[in-house]
Design a protein around this ligand. Structure first.
Ligand SMILES: Nc1ncnc2c1ncn2[C@@H]1O[C@H](COP(=O)(O)OP(=O)(O)OP(=O)(O)O)[C@@H](O)[C@H]1O
Ligand SMILES: [Mg+2]
Length: 384
């Protein structure tokens, strides 16, 4: 059995998040600036007290995050890739609505929620540099229709990357069901560690904390499991997942993201961080319909160019893999046949053996994902 690769952690360099403030009156801006600078994890590089000034500061300074009153952000114009953290001294429906409309990643009441603000601001920092400057390949596996094989593809893709010798982590972003835990056959006694175990160390999350929580699979990859109960899922919200993904991004070779069918805020953030998004499709009318809708939603947030289709459970029928090109304008990146060994293995909490034809097709898919994109029109060889 393959050994789990543990990477040396010495020379990872963490940077403070750069912040532009858009706050009025100036005394408020000064208070917030003092506070954020003192945390050491955020650095204020510009301030503005009107919408136009703020727009200019964002364009010129390109901060990691903008901490601003929603009305100022609204008047400032596009964020140009910065995260927006809304701040207000009192809460009202109008202010919350304006924050959402301006694309806020979080809303914070000053001064009561300044601890949360500091955490969110520090999370906007770019992922720390790896000694060789490289970043993990992030592959999201997303099945817009239930039962198409998201869990099957994600778990086996992680095993394929591990077989390639890549330090791979599979992240279960579906806290409602924790299917990855069952599909990998993780024993329940003692209860495995999950993302909820990151909550107490979230303020200073680093690779050593994550190492303790990741569950090592015998196939050579590790998994960040979803919490076993709903209360724990609530505690392990956006912040902990984002923090974990940011650490993984700079510390492993490949991150495979197992997404829920209805993406929540956590999943949307993860999709944005992904280099490749695999949309898992079954060859039936509803499968095509759901995938079409999902693609148009992803296109509306500018993520369609990193999407690829993986056909799963392909069997003889009226709808065939070549219909993918007709409907989506591209060939499937892989076509995985219906294979009765799959449910049998999954029900036992086991993965298919590497010599199985479907495993080999997923190996080929993993190799194409790790390689630069092939020119359009070239035949995919990841066919089972
Ligand atoms: N290629 C395949 N051949 C045969 N059966 C398959 C294949 N892929 C998945 N299955 C089976 O189909 C069912 C659904 O697969 P899986 O649980 O991976 O899908 P899912 O998209 O994660 O489902 P859900 O929406 O319930 O989370 C399971 O019983 C699984 O074993
Ligand atoms: Mg599933």
């Amino acid at each position: 059995m393959a050994a789990v690769v543990v990477r040396s952690r010495e020379a990872t360099v963490h940077k403070a998040a750069t912040i532009v403030l858009g706050l009025d009156p100036p005394e408020l801006a000064e208070e917030v600036m003092d506070f954020l600078d003192r945390t050491g994890r955020a650095r204020v590089i510009g301030t503005a007290s009107s919408g136009s000034e703020l727009g200019k500061a964002v364009r010129e300074r390109q901060p990691n995050a903008v901490v601003a009153q929603p009305e100022l952000m609204h008047a400032a114009g596009p964020l140009d890739g910065s995260a927006f953290l809304a701040l207000a001294t009192s809460e009202s429906v109008a202010v919350l609505r304006q924050s959402l409309r301006a694309g806020a990643r979080g809303f914070f009441l000053w001064p009561d929620e300044r601890g949360e603000l500091a955490r969110a601001a520090s999370m906007a920092a770019p992922p720390p540099d790896r000694p060789d400057g490289s970043r993990a390949l992030m592959v999201a596996v997303y099945g817009p229709r239930g039962g198409t094989g998201t869990t099957f593809v994600a778990t086996h893709l992680a095993a394929s990357f591990a077989r390639e010798g890549k330090d791979t982590v599979l992240v279960d972003l579906n806290p409602m069901f924790g299917d990855v835990t069952a599909a990998l056959g993780v024993p329940s006694d003692p209860a495995p560690k999950t993302v909820a175990d990151l909550v107490p160390v979230a303020d200073e999350l680093g690779e050593p904390h994550l190492e303790e929580v990741l569950w090592p699979h015998a196939a050579g990859f590790r998994a960040l499991l979803a919490p076993g109960d709903a209360r724990d899922s609530e505690r392990a919200g956006l912040f902990h997942y984002t923090a974990a993904l940011s650490v993984l991004h700079s510390s492993v070779d490949v991150v495979v993201l197992h997404l829920p069918r209805v993406p929540d805020k956590v999943a949307l953030d993860a999709l944005e961080m992904s280099d490749r998004i695999l949309v898992v499709l079954s060859l039936d009318v509803l499968g095509f319909r759901s995938a079409k809708r999902a693609m148009s939603v992803l296109a509306s947030v500018g993520l369609d160019d990193r999407c690829e289709i993986v056909v799963n459970r392909s069997a003889r029928g009226d709808i065939v893999p070549s219909d993918v090109r007709r409907v989506f304008g591209v060939d499937a990146a892989a076509v995985l046949r219906w294979d009765r060994a799959v449910p049998a293995a999954q029900d036992r909490g086991a993965l298919l053996p590497p010599r199985n034809a479907t495993s080999k097709a997923i190996d080929r898919l993993a190799r194409t994902l790790a390689a630069p994109a092939a020119p359009d029109g070239e035949e995919s060889d990841a066919i089972a």
